[in-house]
Design a protein around this ligand. Structure first.
Ligand code: GRG
Length: 278
C-alpha cells in the first residue's frame, strides 16, 4: 500500500467513525427528516473535504484533537447538503447519488429540501461545539473556531458555492478556460479552499502558512472540477486546455507547500493523485 493510501484509509475510517457517532439519532423523527439526513450523510462519500482539512492541520504540525476533527467533519455536512439539493428536480434532477437512489427519490422533494437545510445548519452547530470544546481544553482557542465559522459561511454562500450554482443554472455554459475557472472556483473550489483553510486555522497555522494553504486549496478545488469535467466529458470543447490547466494547478498546489516539511506529504500526494486522475 502506498503511503497516501495508508494515510487515506486510516483518516477516512476516523472521519466515518466521527460522522457515525455525531449524526443525530432517528428516535423521535417526525416526517423521517433525521432518517433522510442519515441516509445521505452516511452514504459512501470519499470524505475528501474533511481529509483535506485534516491534512492541512497535520501540515502545520497540529495534533488532531477532537475539536479539530469535528471542525473538519463539519465541512462534509455542507458538501452533503449541496449534493442533496443539487440532485432535486428543480436543479440537476438526478436519480442516483453515491451508488443509491437520491434523497428525494426515497423521501420526497420536501423532506430532501429540509434534510439539506438541516445538514447545512448542523455544520455550524458542529463548528460551535468544536469551538466550545477547544476553549474548554485551552482558553483562548475559541477565536480560531469563530474564524473557521466565517470562512465556511463565506465559502458556502453568496460569495462561493451557492453563487456558483446560480451561475451554472442561470448562465450559458463556459466557453473559455477563464469562464470555466471562475465557475469552478465558486461552485466547487470555494468549499475545497475553505476545507484546507479551516484545517490551517484550527491547526493554528502562522499567517504565512495559512496563505500558502489557502492558495493550495484554491488551486486544488479548481483542478478537482476540471478533472471531474474531463472524466464526465463536460465542456468537451475545452478538454485539451482543461487537461493542461489541471496539470498546472496541481503543480502550483504542490509548490505552495515548498516551505513545509514532511508533515505536508499527504497534501502533496493528494494533489499529485488528482493530477494523475484524468
Ligand atoms: C445546491 C447550493 C447547491 C450547490 C450545489 C457542489 C454542488 C453545488 C453540486 C454538486 C454537484 C456536483 C457534481 C458538483 C461538482 C462537484 C463534485 C464533483 C462534487 C462531488 O464531489 P465528490 O467527488 O463526491 O467529493 P463524494 O460523493 O465522494 O463526496
Amino acid at each position: 500500500m502506498s503511503e497516501l493510501a495508508g494515510w487515506l484509509s486510516e483518516r477516512r475510517a476516523e472521519v466515518e467513525a466521527l460522522l457515525q457517532e455525531r449524526v443525530p439519532q432517528p428516535a423521535d423523527d417526525p416526517g423521517r427528516l433525521v432518517e433522510a439526513v442519515r441516509y445521505s450523510l452516511l452514504s459512501a462519500g470519499k470524505r475528501l473535504r474533511p481529509l483535506l482539512g485534516l491534512a492541512a492541520a497535520e501540515a502545520v504540525g497540529a495534533p488532531l484533537t477532537p475539536a479539530v476533527r469535528i471542525a473538519t467533519a463539519a465541512i462534509e455536512l455542507v458538501h452533503c447538503y449541496s449534493l442533496v439539493h443539487d440532485d432535486l428536480p428543480a436543479m440537476d434532477d438526478d436519480d442516483l447519488r453515491r451508488g443509491r437512489p437520491t434523497n428525494h427519490k426515497v423521501f420526497g422533494d420536501a423532506i430532501a429540501i429540509l434534510a439539506g437545510d438541516a445538514l447545512l445548519t448542523l455544520a455550524f452547530t458542529w463548528l460551535a461545539d468544536a469551538g466550545a470544546l477547544a476553549e474548554a481544553e485551552r482558553p483562548g482557542q475559541a477565536a480560531a473556531y469563530l474564524q473557521a465559522c466565517g470562512v465556511l459561511a463565506h465559502a458556502s454562500g453568496l460569495s462561493g458555492m451557492v453563487r456558483g450554482q446560480a451561475r451554472d443554472l442561470g448562465e450559458p455554459a463556459p466557453s473559455t478556460l477563464t469562464e470555466a475557472d471562475q465557475l469552478h472556483a465558486e461552485k466547487t473550489g470555494a468549499l475545497f479552499r475553505a476545507a484546507v483553510e479551516i484545517g490551517a486555522i484550527v491547526g493554528h497555522a502562522t499567517p504565512v502558512q495559512r496563505n500558502h494553504l489557502r492558495r493550495y486549496g484554491e488551486a486544488y478545488g479548481v483542478a478537482f472540477q476540471h478533472a471531474d469535467d474531463l472524466a464526465d466529458q463536460e465542456h468537451a470543447s475545452l478538454a485539451t486546455l482543461a487537461r493542461q490547466r489541471l496539470t498546472d494547478l496541481t503543480s502550483q498546489a504542490v509548490q505552495e507547500l515548498a516551505s513545509f516539511g514532511p508533515q505536508a506529504e499527504p497534501l502533496r500526494e493528494l494533489a499529485r493523485a488528482l493530477a494523475a486522475s484524468a
